[in-house]
Structure formats: structure tokens, C-alpha cells
Write a protein that binds this ligand. Structure first.
Ligand code: UDP
Ligand code: MG
Length: 196
């Protein structure tokens, strides 16, 4: 019988995760939590493909820039001086451009992950967007120490190893963006009989 709350989410090992030899570690952490990889491939994405992966609406772009700006207050760095603008939307557009540069630097490993509460589980495993704030025990907390202050001052994106969908809508859109129906496989993990 199908388990209630079984969900699908989209996960991607980002270029820094691939370059640092962390593909296996990232997949291991998903599988050990009982999650199933039901689609998997390595891709060198085009600028267009990555640009269409991330949202284009102004609310998302503003939030993207906003996420790291507290760090500037904490460090007493002037936002306008650091980002070249005090306008959140303009700053967000710059971060979005840096993000696309980062995501097209090297191949990524894209996957569809299925399991009970998969979206929240994967977000927990991956950890906070800002590695310097991420909890120890999460992927970003264990393998990265990048921060928005460092990244923004160097005019680049925050390198944080993996992407994971945040909402049901985001997961559905991203799965369709990266995989065809034929590339997604339905299979059983017999150990689930002992887990649930
Ligand atoms: N990002 C960045 N600078 C910021 C905020 C985000 O470079 O100030 C990058 C970072 O790589 C992040 C990605 O943009 O993972 C997407 O941002 P989002 O807020 O969706 O974070 P996520 O869902 O990846 O935790
Ligand atoms: Mg996100």
C-alpha cells in the first residue's frame, strides 16, 4: 500500500559539490534517511537551462538578495558600497546573475528523490542556505563555511554544495524541467518494510 505523505522532490549536487568529490557523500546522506533516488543524471547545464530553473519573479529575486544582507549589518559593511546599490531588487538581480555563473561552472548531478515527507527531509539534510549559519550535521554545515559577506564582496554566488526544492510547486516545476517521465523510475525498497 502506498505510504501517506510520500512526496517527490528535486535535488542537485551543485558544481562545487561535484568538483570537491562529494557526489557520493550527498547521495549517501539521502539514502541513509530512507529516501529513494528515482531519477539521476550528470548534466553540464546551459545558461538558459539554469536561468529557467530559478524563478524569475521579482518577489523571489528580492528575497534572494535579502537573505544575506543581515551579515552586512552584523559586520558594519555599507550595503550600497558592497553591492553597488541599496535597492533590493537590483541587488537581487546581481546575485541571480552570479548564481547562474556559479551553476554553469562545471557539471551538476540532478536527481528526483522520493520518500515520506521528502521535501522537508531533504531540506533538513541540506541545511541553511548560508553555510556559515548552517547547523553542524547538515551537508552545508559539515562541508562548507562560505558566507554572503565573502561571496558578495567577491561578486560571486554563495557556494553551498546542493540544491533542494523548497515547496510542492517548486518541486513539480523543477522535476519537469530536468527529467522526462521515462527517466523517472518506480521501484521498491524492501527495507522500508522494517522501517515503517
Ligand atoms: N545565493 C547567493 N547569495 C545570496 C542568496 C543566495 O549566492 O545572498 C545563492 C545560493 O547558492 C543559494 C541560491 O542562491 O543556494 C538560491 O537561493 P535560495 O534562497 O533559493 O536558497 P536555497 O533554496 O538554495 O537554500
Ligand atoms: Mg531555493
Amino acid at each position: 500500500m502506498a505510504k501517506p505523505a510520500v512526496e517527490r522532490t528535486f535535488v542537485m549536487v551543485k558544481p562545487d559539490g561535484v568538483q570537491r568529490g562529494l557526489i557520493g557523500e550527498i547521495i549517501k546522506r539521502l539514502e541513509q534517511r530512507g529516501l529513494q533516488i528515482i531519477a539521476l543524471k550528470m548534466v553540464k547545464p546551459s545558461v538558459e537551462h539554469i536561468s529557467n530553473h530559478y524563478p524569475t519573479d521579482e518577489v523571489w529575486i528580492k528575497r534572494l538578495g535579502d537573505k544575506g544582507f543581515n551579515v552586512f549589518n552584523e559586520l558594519g559593511i555599507d550595503l550600497k558600497e558592497a553591492m553597488g546599490t541599496a535597492d533590493n531588487l537590483e541587488a537581487g538581480k546581481k546575485v541571480r546573475k552570479w548564481l547562474i555563473d556559479y551553476m554553469t561552472e562545471a557539471p551538476v548531478v540532478a536527481m528526483v528523490v522520493e520518500g515520506v515527507h521528502a521535501r522537508d527531509m531533504v531540506r533538513k539534510i541540506v541545511g541553511s542556505t548560508l553555510p556559515n549559519k548552517a547547523e553542524i550535521g547538515t551537508l552545508r554545515g559539515d562541508f562548507s563555511v562560505d558566507s554572503p559577506a565573502a561571496a558578495n564582496l567577491e561578486k560571486r554566488a554563495i557556494k553551498n554544495l546542493a540544491h533542494a526544492s523548497e515547496t510542492k510547486e517548486e518541486a513539480e516545476k523543477e522535476i519537469c524541467h530536468w527529467f522526462s517521465q521515462e527517466e523517472i523510475h518506480q521501484w521498491d525498497r524492501p527495507d522500508h518494510k522494517a522501517m515503517f
